[in-house]
Design a protein around this ligand. Structure first.
Ligand code: SAH
Ligand code: SF4
Length: 346
């Protein structure tokens, strides 16, 4: 094992883990806040720069720990303003993040795994298979690296954990990353501005419900009956619709918040008026809103995007039934940065 790998990467530690780590040096509690601010608000990448810590303490820290960072190896810009960042990790694996501009919002879509094991049939990331989980540092370093490219001219306003990977299949590291995103001494994102999207791992959803973290929850539903959902998302065999929706019903939501249900629309597969009616029925009683995402087609994906008319009719049925349903215009398709198009090819 190389020396670098033996040292603790400070960005792998949640705020409370960092506190515990520092107390093992016999240091005061407020040092945790100071170091969090250096790492996540002032973007320092060396211990020398942490000028409010004594030289001795900085040396002690540098002996046992390190500060990792990421640099994009390629940035592509779409005609609609979307930017896609390719990162090479220390072990040579590659991941992507996507920055989406939408009126006054600047949303960064970050990855949580290299590839994904769940193999949804309409998703390019799924065709890669699972390579490995990202460490918390690798999740938050995507935010820091993209923020640096903005050079203070704009602020990332929202984070969505919707890039490559299934966040709940990398549970502990995703939770640590969310703790850093939310912490007032770290990124300070309000809970309304961080969204976790899951394909519906029920055991992990229940576990997540007991964590002391808050964020917005999005669930990729993609079908309104088990047969179709199993065809599209093999995970539906383990967690069929009834189990998944019951977990959503039990999920503790803050007042006035709702679960977003994502529904990728596939021509002739899940886009009929009957599907819309079934969806309405399924979501009854759950504070919900639906994001309809017309499929982003890609070579190797055996489905087609439905006609605009089908999408409109589907949306209307939901809305007439009292659901909020929006059609999500996928951005960045010309640079393969739209939902489900992330492959991280160098
Ligand atoms: N694994 C998580 C988060 C990453 S996928 C999840 O599945 O929720 C993020 C979103 O992209 C999901 O809602 C998924 O349904 C959608 N998606 C995947 N492939 C797509 C494609 N080809 N076209 C449109 N949306 C797609
Ligand atoms: Fe994985 Fe999400 Fe893609 Fe399914 S849609 S393969 S869960 S990344």
């Amino acid at each position: 094992m190389s020396r670098i790998a033996e040292k603790i990467d400070l960005k792998d530690l949640s705020p409370s883990d960092l506190g515990a780590f520092l107390s093992s040096f016999g240091r005061e509690r407020y040092r945790t806040s100071q170091i969090l601010r250096w790492l996540y608000q002032k973007d320092v990448s060396s211990f020398e720069a942490m000028t409010n810590l004594s030289r001795r303490f900085r040396e002690e820290l540098a002996q046992v720990s390190r500060i990792s960072s990421l640099e994009p190896v390629r940035v592509e810009a779409s005609r609609d303003g979307t930017r896609k960042f390719l990162f090479r990790l220390e072990d040579g694996n590659q991941i992507e993040s996507v920055l989406i501009v939408d009126k006054d919002r600047l949303t960064l879509c970050v990855s949580t795994q290299v590839g994904c094991a769940l193999g949804c049939r309409f998703c390019l990331t799924g065709t890669l298979g699972w390579k490995r989980d990202l460490r918390p540092s690798e999740i938050v370093n995507q935010v820091l690296a993209v923020r640096e490219t903005l050079q203070g001219k704009a602020c990332i306003t929202n984070i969505v954990l919707m890039g490559m990977g299934e966040p709940l299949a990398n549970y502990n590291n995703t939770v640590r990353a969310i703790q850093l995103l939310a912490h007032p001494d770290a990124f300070k994102f309000s809970s309304r501005r961080v969204t976790l999207s899951t394909a519906g791992l029920v055991t992990e959803l229940d576990r997540l419900a007991r964590e002391k973290i808050s964020f917005r929850l999005a669930v990729s539903l993609n079908a309104a009956d088990d047969e179709t959902r199993t065809l599209l998302m093999p995970i539906n065999r383990r967690y069929p619709l009834k189990k998944l929706l019951n977990a959503c019903r039990r999920f503790p939501l803050k007042p006035r918040t709702r679960i977003t249900f994502e529904y990728v629309m596939l021509d002739g597969v899940n886009d009929s008026p009957e599907d819309a009616k079934r969806l309405l029925k399924l979501l009854r009683g759950i504070p919900s809103k639906v994001n309809l995402i017309p499929l982003n087609e890609a070579p190797g994906i055996p489905f087609k995007r439905p006609s605009e008319e089908n999408v409109r009719v589907f949306q209307e049925i939901l809305m007439r039934g009292g659901l909020t349903a929006i059609v999500r215009a996928s951005k960045g398709a010309d640079i393969s940065a739209a939902c489900g198009q992330l492959l991280a090819k160098g």
